[in-house]
Write a protein that binds this ligand. Sequence first.
Ligand code: UTP
Length: 229
Amino acid sequence: MQEPHERIVVSVGGSLIVPDGIDTDFLKRLKDLVLKKVQRGYSFTIICGGGRTARNYQNAAEAVTPLSRQDLDWLGIHSTRLNAQLLRNIFAGYAYPVVIHNPTIDIETEDPVTIAAGWQPGWSTDYVAVQIAKNLGAHRLANLSDIDYVYTADPKTSPDARKVERASWPEFRKLIPESWDPGLSSPFDPVAAKEAEALNLEVAIMNGAHLEDFGNYIDGKSFMGTVIS
Ligand code: UTP
């Protein structure tokens, strides 16, 4: 059988890594799945979000002293880097030994797993993921978060909200806000979406709680989630 040899970029929402405490069950399942696919010839660049750690530190700092947006972002960035160190250790023996901060630098590696984190204030880890995909020439970006699909409206507040299984980039961009603010509730950062559209990148949004869907997506099988291309 022909080996796949594809590098897939994966943005792992911080809410999956640190929903409240660190979700070791999720991390075990992620490791198992990724290493199974590595055995089949795939490689992965995984970008880690900040999750509860970012919010805890940002809220704590703000409770003590007024901070600039930039300072709050740095707390978020360091939270993503801490989570990335955690993943790098979890993938020891398979992962490139240094966490990637600057997504625009070329990393020459044979390691099947590379771990990346937030880079600079004003960005999101989604945007970092798109930059990495651009740099690597990757065609597929999987965005694992805590939602099953992109919806036509917020399903928590709009009973008429419909799930979207496939969307073009212009269709998707109509469903999300135009600009990005940290803490914004959007299935994918709008600035990252613009860049992904320009690159003709395929982005799949799915729920990391159902990792079998991620496995099916990698294999080109049908899965629960939204494909934007
Ligand atoms: P994330 O983009 O990781 O958010 O950035 P998140 O925790 O994954 O969010 P979910 O899981 O999608 O809900 C966390 C915070 O870190 C800062 C921002 O303040 C952001 O809110 N950040 C992150 C940056 O400023 N620059 C970066 O490159 C990345």
